[in-house]
Design a protein around this ligand. Structure first.
Ligand SMILES: Cc1cc2nc3c(=O)[nH]c(=O)nc-3n(C[C@H](O)[C@H](O)[C@H](O)COP(=O)(O)OP(=O)(O)OC[C@H]3O[C@@H](n4cnc5c(N)ncnc54)[C@H](O)[C@@H]3O)c2cc1C
Ligand code: SF4
Length: 561
């Protein structure tokens, strides 16, 4: 709808997850009229089931075959379960393709307000200049067109609102943040932390995590019930569905339009300006247009790039904002197929059923290819680990009867370490539109090309070896390590495909995530990352987004957009 040829909205934001939630909040709170288009359905506390026992579910959370019928990809990762499967995309209705020899699991595709933040692991880590200027350190790829100093005040702002529990460690390459008081480490986590520091000089810290330990903005502190991926009625972890999006709506300046599957950005070819978007109403299958002065894509890396690739015109046949030819290229996603586990003592703690469950484990900070160390022999960049332990029953106890019952109660502590490694951005890892397939809404789907190179293979091997080294240093027994090729590629932390840069000939976005080609078109998710450091990406996605929104508002005031 338009009044006096003026669009009804100032800004269209596509996607209501980590980035879209922040964009809507920041802009609506500043007085701009925002239309927030979300492909998924509305989310509500009524859908949360973190306290519901399995025996209350129709299939007791045991019928994975039923989930596989509609969500063969999403259900590969156990966060998609009988509890919450309907928050995830139906893989049959919204497929993607890959070359036969490059299988790729595009998991964590959510279709509900809040996007992936409904189910994310919440680990929230800052990047440093070791990451943003990595190309200057080792000569591979491109530096980011901004530095840590540019991000620091925005990291502060985002962390204070999100609520991140963490321990300050004073590491240059993993900067400390505005932490809520730390959740305590378990005895085993403390043991590993101390021994690994003492023997190997590596830092094992609390996994900095978006879980509250103090009340904040009407949200309660975490009460250790455990399965955050099923929601949280006390709003104790960060989920855009009960934080940024409601804040935006409360202003009265933001309209959430659910079930709106955006197909393409509409371009006014005379003025070379985005005039709005075309979307399909998922319930009625009707096609609609909506108009605004500015369009911001926040639909998640692959989804936003899909929209741009599908927005080609006669002038821009290879996709919108693609004069560089770089759009779709340099897809990255962490490798996480190296790690290990081992047994540690229980220190007298008995196992329990239904006892408190700490939703946050440990994080091992990167220790390869940093200042003052010999470079790793056969790979660039680095990796960190997520991990932790809990005291369990001895489920594998042999025998039966009294003897079995006694053996079962013997506590077992398994301590695991899973590596998360940086994947180098490479031209050939890319997204294209598959000319032969459309989704159920008639929108052309993506073809994803992604495979590991020598650097990733060498890094995965070191992830396994180093995990073994640390478990040994901690005194663990029954140590097992693994270093597997990472195909089919797991993907939860994808980035790249519309990279930022200072040169419009080699990048799609400038440092404020504004497309070089179309001044009133922005992409504020991880598509703009020129590289994908080993730290989890979402804190930086949100931080960049707020910074870019401030730039956008300034440009609007100056009449530059
Ligand atoms: C299981 C899991 C664990 C994770 N753990 C961590 C972690 O510990 N730490 C970390 O940093 N990151 C983690 N991540 C990644 C993190 O969730 C994402 O980086 C982050 O949510 C991405 O934010 P986004 O705004 O780009 O996309 P999302 O949060 O996914 O939001 C995108 C939204 O856009 C909507 N959308 C998509 N296409 C369209 C369209 N065409 N039209 C309209 N709307 C559309 C989607 O429905 C979705 O709601 C995890 C992810 C998963 C799945
Ligand atoms: S563990 Fe904490 S944050 Fe997670 S669902 Fe329970 S109360 Fe919420």
């Amino acid at each position: 709808m338009q009044r006096n040829n003026k669009p009804e909205y100032d800004v269209i934001v596509v996607g209501s997850g980590a980035s879209g939630g922040w964009a809507s909040k920041r802009l609506a709170e500043a007085g701009l009229k925002v239309a927030l288009l979300e492909a998924g359905k509305p989310q509500s506390d009524r859908n949360f089931s973190e306290h519901k026992p399995e025996f209350e579910l129709p299939y007791r959370n045991r019928a994975i075959e039923i989930l596989r019928k509609t969500r063969p990809v999403q259900s590969v990762f156990s966060v998609c379960s009988e509890y919450n499967a309907d928050w995830f995309v139906n893989d049959i209705e919204e497929p993607y393709t890959t070359p036969k020899d490059q299988p790729f699991l595009w998991m964590g595709r959510l279709r509900v307000t809040g996007g992936r933040t409904n189910v994310w692991g919440r680990v929230s880590l800052r990047f440093s200049d070791w990451d943003l200027k990595a190309a200057s350190h080792d000569g591979y790829g491109e530096d980011w067109p901004l530095g840590y100093q540019d991000l620091e005040p925005y990291y502060d702002l985002v962390e204070k609102y999100v609520g991140v529990t963490g321990l300050a460690e004073g590491l240059e390459h993993l900067p400390d943040g505005q932490f809520q008081p730390p959740m305590p480490l378990t005895c085993q986590e403390t043991l590993v932390r101390n021994r690994v520091k003492e023997k190997l000089g590596r830092t094992v810290t609390l996994a900095r995590s978006a879980n509250l330990t103090r009340p904040q903005n009407g949200r309660g502190p975490c009460h250790y019930c455990g399965p955050c991926e099923r929601g949280c009625v006390t709003h104790s972890y960060f989920n855009a569905a009960f934080t940024t999006v409601p804040d935006a709506l409360r202003t009265g300046n933001c309209a959430l339009i659910s079930n709106a599957m955006v197909h393409k950005v509409l371009l006014d070819e005379e003025t070379n300006r985005a005039r709005g978007v075309l979307y399909v109403d998922r319930n009625t299958r009707e096609t609609r247009e909506i108009h605004a002065r500015v369009v911001i894509l926040c639909a998640q890396t692959q989804e936003s790039t899909r929209i741009l690739l599908n927005s080609g015109t006669r002038e821009h046949s290879s996709g919108l904002a693609n004069s560089s030819g770089v759009l779709g290229h340099y897809l990255t996603a962490h490798v996480r197929s190296g790690g290990g586990d081992g047994e540690l003592p229980a220190f007298g703690e008995p196992p329990s059923m239904g006892g408190p469950t700490k939703p946050v484990g440990i994080y091992v900070a990167r220790f390869r290819n940093l200042k003052g160390q010999a470079p790793a022999k056969n790979f660039l960049r680095g990796f960190g680990y997520e991990g932790g332990s809990s005291v369990e029953f001895n489920w594998r106890a042999p025998g039966f009867g009294e003897e079995y019952k006694k053996a079962l109660r013997e506590p077992r502590v398994n301590f695991d370490l899973t590596g998360f490694g940086e994947v180098l951005p490479r031209w050939e890892n890319r997204l294209e539109i598959d000319p032969d397939m459309k989704d159920v809404y008639g929108i052309p789907v993506l073809k994803i090309y992604m495979k590991d190179g020598e650097n990733e293979r060498a890094m995965i091997k070191d992830m396994g070896d180093s995990a073994g080294e640390m478990l040994e240093a901690a005194g663990a027994t029954n140590i097992h390590t693994y270093a597997l090729p990472s195909a089919p590629r797991w993907a939860l932390h994808e980035a790249g495909t519309a990279r930022m840069g200072s040169d419009p000939k080699t990048s799609v976005l400038n440092q404020f995530q504004q497309t070089h080609d179309v001044k009133n078109l922005f992409v504020m998710d991880a598509s703009g990352f020129p590289s994908n450091p080993c730290q989890n990406p979402t804190l930086t996605i949100m931080t960049l987004c707020v910074r870019s929104c401030d730039y956008l508002m300034n440009e609007l005031k100056r009449g530059e957009i």
